[in-house]
Design a protein around this ligand. Structure first.
Ligand SMILES: [Mg+2]
Length: 320
C-alpha cells in the first residue's frame, strides 16, 4: 500500500460477541457481486446478495442486515429509489447504506448522501479502503444497537424498563385493536419494601428484587408476556390476548411464587415472609379508549389490594 499505510483489517469477529454482522450486497452485475463476496470471504460476516432493487428491499425487510452496499445504476428500481424507500420506513431507516457506484461526479455523491446514505464509494475502489469503511460502519452499527438495547433495560434486574414498557403497552394495545382480543395488565408492588431495605440494607434489597424478578420470569411462560420494572419495587406485566380470568390466575401464581420463596421479612405487617400485592385489569382495546386507562385500572386495583391488607390480588371481579 502506498506510503506504508496500514489499515486495520483485523477480523470483525470480536466486534459483537454472540452476533455475526450481516451485510447485504446489491449489484445488477454478477461479476461485481463476486468481487465483493471474494473480498469479504475471510471476514466473519454473513453476506446476502441481490441482483436488483426489488429483491434488495425484500431481503432488507426479511433479514434486517447491519449494512447495505448498494449499486446505483440498476434496471428497474435504481439504488437511489431503494435508498429512498428504506429511509422512509421507520422500521428500516436505521440500517446504514453505502453506495458503491461508477457514478463519480461530486454531484452524484452529494445526491446519494442527501438521500440518507452513510457513505459513498466510487468504482473502481481500493479493496483495503472499502474493507476499512465497511468495518467502521459495522462497528458503529453494533455499538448503536447495543446502546439502543441497553436504553430499554433496567440495570439492576435486566428486564425492560419503564420507557420500554410504555412503548410495548402502546404497541400491544394497537395489536389488540386489530385482533379484537382482550388484553390484561398486572401491576405488582413488593409489600413493605422500604422496611425491608431499612432492616436488611439496600444491597440485600437489590438481591431481593432480582430474586422476585427471577420468580416472575420462571412463571411467565408465554413469549408474548412482557415483564418490566415500573420503578422502585413496582413491576408490571403486559398480557396480550388474555382475558380477566386468565390474568387473575397468572397474577395469583406470581403472588404465590414469591411467597413460596419464604424470604424472611421481619418488618412486614402483611406476612412474616416477603410478599407482593397485585392489581389486575383487563380491557378490550379499542380506538375509543387508551392504553393509559388500563394502566390506571391496574393501579387502582393495586391500591385496593394494599388497602385490604396486602399480599393479595385484586381485580375487577373483586371490587364490590
Ligand atoms: Mg449497476
Amino acid at each position: 500500500m502506498a506510503r506504508g499505510v496500514e489499515l486495520n483489517t483485523e477480523s470483525l469477529k470480536n466486534m459483537m460477541p454472540g452476533r455475526t454482522p450481516t451485510v447485504l450486497v446489491v449489484d445488477d452485475i454478477p461479476e461485481n457481486l463476486d468481487i465483493l463476496i471474494e473480498n469479504f470471504r475471510d471476514e466473519d460476516i454473513e453476506i446476502l446478495v441481490a441482483l436488483h432493487g426489488k429483491d434488495a428491499l425484500r431481503l432488507v425487510k426479511e433479514h434486517k442486515p447491519d449494512l447495505v452496499l448498494l449499486d446505483i445504476m440498476m434496471p428497474g428500481l435504481s439504488g437511489y429509489e431503494v435508498c429512498k424507500q428504506l429511509k422512509a420506513n421507520p422500521e428500516l431507516s436505521d440500517i446504514p447504506i453505502i453506495f458503491i457506484t461508477a457514478m463519480d461526479e461530486m454531484d452524484d455523491e452529494a445526491f446519494g448522501l442527501s438521500l440518507g446514505a452513510i457513505d459513498y464509494i466510487t468504482k473502481p475502489f481500493s479493496v483495503p479502503i472499502l474493507k476499512a469503511r465497511v468495518r467502521n460502519h459495522l462497528e458503529l452499527k453494533m455499538k448503536t444497537d447495543l446502546l439502543a438495547k441497553l436504553a430499554c433495560l433496567d440495570g439492576l434486574t435486566g428486564i425492560p424498563n419503564r420507557r420500554h414498557f410504555d412503548e410495548m403497552l402502546k404497541k400491544e394495545w394497537s395489536r389488540g385493536i386489530r385482533n379484537g382480543k382482550p388484553m390484561s395488565l398486572i401491576m405488582i408492588d413488593v409489600d413493605y419494601f422500604k422496611n425491608y431495605n431499612d432492616t436488611y440494607g439496600h444491597g440485600q434489597g437489590d438481591v431481593c428484587l432480582q430474586k422476585v424478578v427471577s420468580v416472575f420470569q420462571t412463571l411467565l411462560k408465554r413469549s408474548s408476556d412482557v415483564l418490566a420494572r415500573y420503578g422502585g419495587e413496582e413491576f408490571v406485566v403486559v398480557l396480550p390476548e388474555t382475558n380477566g380470568e386468565q390474568a387473575l390466575s397468572i397474577a395469583e401464581q406470581l403472588r404465590i411464587g414469591v411467597a413460596e420463596q419464604d424470604i424472611l421479612h421481619s418488618h412486614s405487617d402483611a406476612a412474616p415472609y416477603l410478599s407482593v400485592s397485585i392489581g389486575c385489569a383487563t380491557m378490550q382495546p379499542s380506538s375509543e379508549s387508551e392504553s393509559a386507562h388500563l394502566l390506571e385500572l391496574a393501579d387502582k386495583y393495586l391500591y385496593e389490594a394494599k388497602k385490604q391488607g396486602r399480599n393479595r390480588v385484586i381485580s375487577e371481579s373483586a371490587i364490590p
